[in-house]
Design a protein around this ligand. Structure first.
Ligand SMILES: Nc1ncnc2c1ncn2[C@@H]1O[C@H](COP(=O)(O)OP(=O)(O)OP(=O)(O)O)[C@@H](O)[C@H]1O
Length: 347
């Protein structure tokens, strides 16, 4: 592979297999579904598929389906005609049209609402669509590469994702395993990132102690390669190798302790405690007999319980919001809204 394109680093069997699949399918016009946890390298795989195809010189257009509410994803994908809805004061081209003969990367496809799933399926079948509010059919020629960090098969079973759309986008399936399942990739990734980042930021490449390398290889990596990259940026810029060692040692090696050693409360305990607190809020020593309405207590309890649970899940995922949203079974975007509302942040 030429060295100016995206490079997938790693020596594990699974990474080799992924490179092999990319070589085989890059130039075949089949839809590809890439799945894996957040930060494993799904976008990198998508960009490689595009780069090593004959569409390379054409656009690669990414649509993050989790970043937009349903109605906006639709306009984003298909564009609209002037006057299609209030505020549509001029015609706008959608991403499918912009991708033309290139590739369209539908990131977090599991987040698109049901109504839009039906429309997307239709477009993929017909390979044409009108802009919203328009009649003229536009050809959908872009190659579709989708990614998900959800288990779409489970989403189908729970009725959240259409099976027919799944089969349509999943002609070729590429599964990128979490970094913790391919520890042999850590060392080459570390060398690659340190080399690359030190050149990019014009900083000397730091020496890595064997102890730190060992810790990096045994850490649980809930944020996968992205988290590793961030640690290395920190090492390069701040030089905090001792702090990083201590962090990995305490947060990393004990991340998944046996349940009996687990110091964090169970979700039930978190709910119970937050509900108790909401009730305790009612206690007003000066006006013993004034009770709030049931609705008031319920709202307060729900808010507290939600906040406590979200906080706990975020702490356990090392503030990996995508992972937390998955565990909480809400969309990434919904979680971001809640964090804003609840004024929750890592520090
Ligand atoms: N095998 C790899 N070799 C080199 N860099 C990698 C590799 N895997 C991931 N990266 C880098 O790690 C970072 C995260 O990867 P990427 O954005 O592709 O993950 P993702 O799975 O698409 O994440 P998300 O689900 O959160 O969108 C990027 O900077 C990417 O270039």
């Amino acid at each position: 592979m030429p060295d100016d394109g995206p490079v997938i680093i790693g020596v594990s069997r699974s990474t080799e297999k992924i490179r092999e699949i990319i070589r085989k399918v890059a130039d075949v016009d089949l839809n590809v579904l890439i799945s894996g946890e957040s930060g494993v390298g799904k976008e990198l795989v998508a960009r490689s598929l595009h780069y090593y195809s004959s569409r390379k010189k054409r656009p690669f257009i990414k649509v993050n389906c989790a970043a937009l509410p349903g109605e906006l994803i639709e306009t984003e994908l298909f564009g609209y005609e002037k006057g299609a809805f209030t505020g549509a004061d001029k015609q706008r081209m959608g991403k499918f049209e912009a991708a033309a003969d290139g590739s369209i990367f539908l990131d977090e496809i599991g987040e698109i609402p049901q109504s839009l799933q039906a429309k997307l399926l239709q477009v993929l079948q017909d390979q044409k669509f009108p802009r919203i509010g328009g009649h003229r059919e536009i050809e959908a020629r872009a190659r579709v590469i989708a990614a998900t960090n959800r288990n779409l098969e489970a989403e189908i079973l729970s009725g959240n994702f259409r099976e027919d759309l799944y089969f349509r986008i999943n002609t070729i399936s590429i599964v990128v395993p979490p970094l913790r399942e391919r520890p042999e990739d850590v060392e080459p990734l570390v060398h690659y990132f340190l080399e690359h980042l030190s050149k990019k930021h014009r900083l000397p490449k730091p020496d890595l102690s064997p102890r730190l390398m060992k810790l990096l290889q045994t850490y649980h990596w809930p944020g996968n390669v992205r988290e590793l990259e961030n640690y290395l940026k920190r090492l390069l810029v701040m030089g905090e190798s001792k702090e990083i060692e201590a962090e990995l040692e305490s947060g990393g090696l004990n991340r998944n302790p046996a349940p009996e050693d687990d110091p964090s409360p169970s979700p039930e305990a978190v709910i119970e405690e937050a509900a108790q607190e909401a009730l305790a809020d009612n206690h007003n020593p000066r006006e013993e007999k004034q009770f709030p309405s049931l609705k008031e207590v319920r709202d307060r309890a729900v808010q507290r319980v939600e906040r406590a649970l979200i906080k706990q899940v975020l702490e356990e995922t090392n503030w990996n919001r995508r992972e937390a949203a998955k565990i909480l079974k809400i969309s990434y975007r919904a979680l971001l809204y809640k964090l804003k509302d609840m004024d929750l942040s890592p520090r």
